[in-house]
Design a binder for this molecule. Structure first.
Ligand code: SAM
Length: 245
């Protein structure tokens, strides 16, 4: 069934007739060509799913009637905060899409020493595009809560923001002793994991030492050097594999 995030205030009442916002009405009527009587799922970011049926379709509007509110089942009890060294846009957008599918709760684009110049000036339209990518991936993958997208900020700010009691992990391409598996083996009951992934140029030694002073554990993802976006998704998938019961 097609799923759509809408403004929460639209879904306050059940068994109500709702006129959908223009852009969504266009998508249902002209792109997906949905008919009267078909059912859809509306989402208000509460974690619930609201079942609705299409009541009328006209050139000017699409009305639906809400039928039932039920608890969603797809949100993970594991909260992953992915602090990603900012990458060229296409590669970062790929992480937003796949990371949303894999269950990331918060995306935190960070500026590192070796971040490429000029990436920090992501204008409003780019941020809106990133949020659209996250929303579409959340709708497609059956999520009931939208991952949060934090403003671009320096690594230091993200380190200062590690929630108390969270497991902070920094995969580093030069780490040889401790693997991600070692770190997760002792974290079976952990619910919040903060991952710090470097940019294209990798992480500088002083950034790694800084992270360690903030309590982050430096880990290896194996002997092969992974591209930043590969490393991010491997780390997220491994955390979910180990911790999501
Ligand atoms: N130059 C490549 C690129 O353009 O993507 C590699 C960049 S660098 C290695 C990307 C980041 O991925 C690193 O800073 C680290 O966080 C993570 N990473 C990649 N391979 C890793 C490995 N084998 N072990 C731990 N972390 C790794």
């Amino acid at each position: 069934m097609h799923r759509f995030f809408v403004a929460p205030e639209l879904l306050r009442q059940l068994h109500a007739d709702i006129t959908l916002p223009g852009e969504l009405a266009h998508q249902l009527r002209d792109v997906l060509r949905l008919q009267v009587g078909e059912q859809i799922v509306l989402l208000d970011n509460s974690g619930d799913e609201i079942l609705a049926t299409i009541a009328s379709v006209s050139k000017s509007a699409v009305d639906v009637q809400t039928l039932e509110r039920r608890a969603g089942r797809s949100e993970s009890p594991v909260r992953i905060i992915l602090c990603q060294g900012l990458l060229k846009s296409a590669r970062f957008e790929w992480i937003l899409e796949k990371g949303t599918e894999l269950g990331v709760s918060v995306f935190s684009p960070i500026l590192c020493h070796r971040s490429m110049a000029g990436l920090e000036d992501a204008g409003t339209s780019k941020i809106q595009r990133w949020q659209r990518i996250i929303q579409e991936a959340a709708e497609q993958s059956g999520r009931t809560r939208l991952p949060e997208l934090l403003p671009i900020r320096p690594l230091m700010h993200a380190l200062n923001d590690i929630p108390p009691g969270a497991l902070a992990l920094m995969p580093w391409e030069e780490e040889r002793a401790v693997t991600l598996r070692d770190a997760l083996r002792d974290a079976m009951h952990q619910i919040t994991v903060v991952l710090f992934i470097g940019p294209e140029g990798g992480l500088a030694v002083d950034e790694v030492r800084l992270a360690q002073r903030h309590g982050a554990q430096v880990v290896s993802l194996g002997s092969r050097i992974l591209r930043a976006e590969t490393a991010a998704l491997v780390a997220v998938a491994c955390v979910m594999y180990e911790l999501e019961q």
